[in-house]
Each structure stands twice: as structure tokens, then as C-alpha cells.
Design a protein around this ligand. Sequence first.
Ligand code: XLS
Ligand code: NI
Ligand code: NI
Length: 440
Amino acid sequence: MNVSPKFFGASAPVAYGGKDAKSPLAFRWYDKDRVVRGRRLEDHLRFAVCYWHSFCWPGGDPFGGETFLRPWHRGTDMMALARAKADIAFELFRLLDVPFFTFHDVDVAPEGASLAESVANLNAIADLFEQKMASSKVRLLWGTANLFTHRRYMAGAATNPDPDIFTYAAGQVRAALEVTHRLGGQNYVLWGGREGYETLLNTDIKRELDQLGRFVSLVVEHKHKIGFKGPILIEPKPKEPTKHQYDFDVATCYGFLQRYDLLKDVKLNIEQNHAILAGHSFQHEIALAQALGVFGSLDINRGDDLLGWDTDQFAMNVPELALAFHDILKAGGFTTGGLNFDAKIRRQSIDPDDLIHAHVGSMDACARAFLAAADMLDAEALTMPIAERYAGWADAEGRAILAGQRSLADLANRALAPGFDPQPRSGRQEYLESLVNRYV
Ligand code: XLS
Ligand code: NI
Ligand code: NI
């Protein structure tokens, strides 16, 4: 199986050309070496191309099949196809000049007739990745195991009523975690694809949550055993594929991690589309994760406000991204996390170079938003008004209340004193919204 390296029309890596670049394929905002607040843009944004949407998805939808007709999807020698797919993947990484990629076990290597065979396939492709990574600059942001596509997982993996399925999933995760470790992965992700339920008529929620807690604890134990330093990341999503997913949103995941004593080792991978499916904004989920100390990484994409499913479109909305990045930058930026393009081109985007345009366009949207966020932060445009709004809590009385030095009676007595008449102040929302618009 030979896929021509000339699959893409472009052959030179996309370069930064400035805002007025003439070429349709140029970065207009993403100048990777530009230093912002002490770090290069490339090191701030930490872009990753994901394997599954870009190289595995054939363009189908519930009403029709494949539209992309990728050459590496045609043939019977599955390992040869996997190698051809890897060639194309690394060619795209080179053309985009991205620092990271991400994958599920089954994205990169075919499932065998047994778990042993699947693990051997995965390790053979990991050997190939090791070679390819040695001669390119791309690194692994995270790896994960697909515990949701195969029919064995139709009733869940960790939350399956059958402990043998739990065991099979454990086997898959051990292999994926070890391969992630071997390839220098910076995080390991667990997205609970089918960890949820369709009907309570056949579901014992308490038992399933205990199973999930046990499973994640096993992964954490193994991570320590093999010396994997990165965090385990759980990815919240409220629904799809199951009607109700246990990792509903950031708040729910936090409660889960606290209950099963996992807060020390597990952080969250937050996705825009999942946030809006949960009825939240992207910024809300990020801000809450930061407030709770569980922020890890981002799956960068965008959902459609009019559709109730995970459309996984490429993120292009600069104002929305700017507010998200503002909060990330305010807290010091990414550590092991980054921006993973969990995004797929539309079904009609059948030209090979559509893959390049999608990533370049979204990288530019992110860079433009990031620069706006840095400017807002430098000018304290949003941080100052917030600090002023809560200034009372920095005063002696405010601090004493929070430090537990005032009883309810103390406060009541103070409130009853003659002349005590606090006045409300404006929340200034429209002023602040207009302020943001000056930057984006
Ligand atoms: C699906 C999830 C998935 C995870 C990785 O909705 O976003 O793509 O990111 O399993
Ligand atoms: Ni995702
Ligand atoms: Ni998703």
C-alpha cells in the first residue's frame, strides 16, 4: 500500500506571512516565534492535531457513508494501511508545523482478533512513531484508549455490568498508557464514551459510579508504577453517545474526583462543544475548572448553537476564544496541557487541502484571540474592574468575615447599628462587553 506523499497539494510548511499575506495558505496571526508575556506563541498555544477526526473519519453521517475516499482506507492489509495513514499524518504535522499530536489506540493501529494481537499492533505502530518523532519535531500531547466503538463496550467499559468487560478495558488502557509513556506523552486522557446510561430501568447508578471510581484509581496507580509524570485527564461531556454521561460537566467531574479521592492525580480536559451541550459556555467550564484547581487541557473545537449534538467544527470564533484564553493566561497558561484540535472538517470538505485550511484557519483564530487576550490582560481591562468590584473583601472587615472571626450575631449586630445602610453598585455589564470589543 503506497500513499503518495503528494496527497496534499501543499509541499512546503505553512509559514507566517502577516495580516496582509497574499497566499491563501499562510498564517496571518500565528507567528510561532513571537514572544508574548515571556513565552513563544508556539509554547503558549501548544497545538495538537488529533488523529481520529483528521485521518480516521471517512466523512459519513447517519444518513450517508464515506465521502472522503482516503487512499489509506482502501485495502485489506490493515497494518500496511495503518503505516500509510501514519505517513500522511506526519506529513500533515510537518506542513502545519504543529508541536503536538494526539491519538486513540484504535486510530493508529488495527484491532486484532484478540487483545494480545491489538496490543502487538499498537506497539508496532508505536515503534514507527518513535522513528518518525525522532526525525521530526512533533511530540505527543496525549494518548487515550477507545473504550466506546467496539460492540463489547455497548453497555460501558468501566461501568459495564460485566466485570470481564471492565477487565478487557483495563487491558486496553494499560497498553495505551504505556505507549503514551514510551512516546513521551505529556498527559493521558480518559473520555468516558459509554460511561453513562440509556435507561434507569436497567441501571444501578451507585454501583456504576463505584466501578468508574475504581477504574480511574487503577489507572492512577499504574501511572505511578511506571513513572508516568503527566496528569490523567478526564474529559467532561453531558450526553452522546449515552443519554446521560457520568462525566457530565466540570462541576460533576469535580464531585466525582473528590468522592473517589482522585483530585491529586486527575485533572480535566475541557471541550468547547461539550461545554455548550451541557448548557454552559466554554469560558464558564474553564473558569470553574481553574477555580476548583482541576484545569488540565483543552479540546479546541466549536459546536453549533442550533444543534444538540457534538458537531466538532473547527474553532473560528475569535471573541469566544479570546475570553477563554484570557482566563487561561491569567492563571499562568498551560503546563502539560495544550490545544488539541478535536475537530473535523465538514462532510463536503473533500479536498485533501481542506484539512490544511481547517487547521491553519483555526490556529490563526486562536492566535488572534490569544493576542487580544494578552492585550486585555496587560491593560488589566477585565482584571481591574473585577478587583475593584470585590475590593470590600480585601478590607479588614471583609477579611475578618472570611477568616471566621465574625459570628452570625457579630454580623447581625453590625448590620443593626444606626446608619448601617449599604448601597448596591452597578455590575457594568454593557460597559465591560464594549471594553472587550475594543480588543477583539
Ligand atoms: C468525543 C470526545 C473524544 C475525546 C477523546 O466526544 O471529544 O473525541 O476527546 O476520546
Ligand atoms: Ni474531545
Ligand atoms: Ni467531543
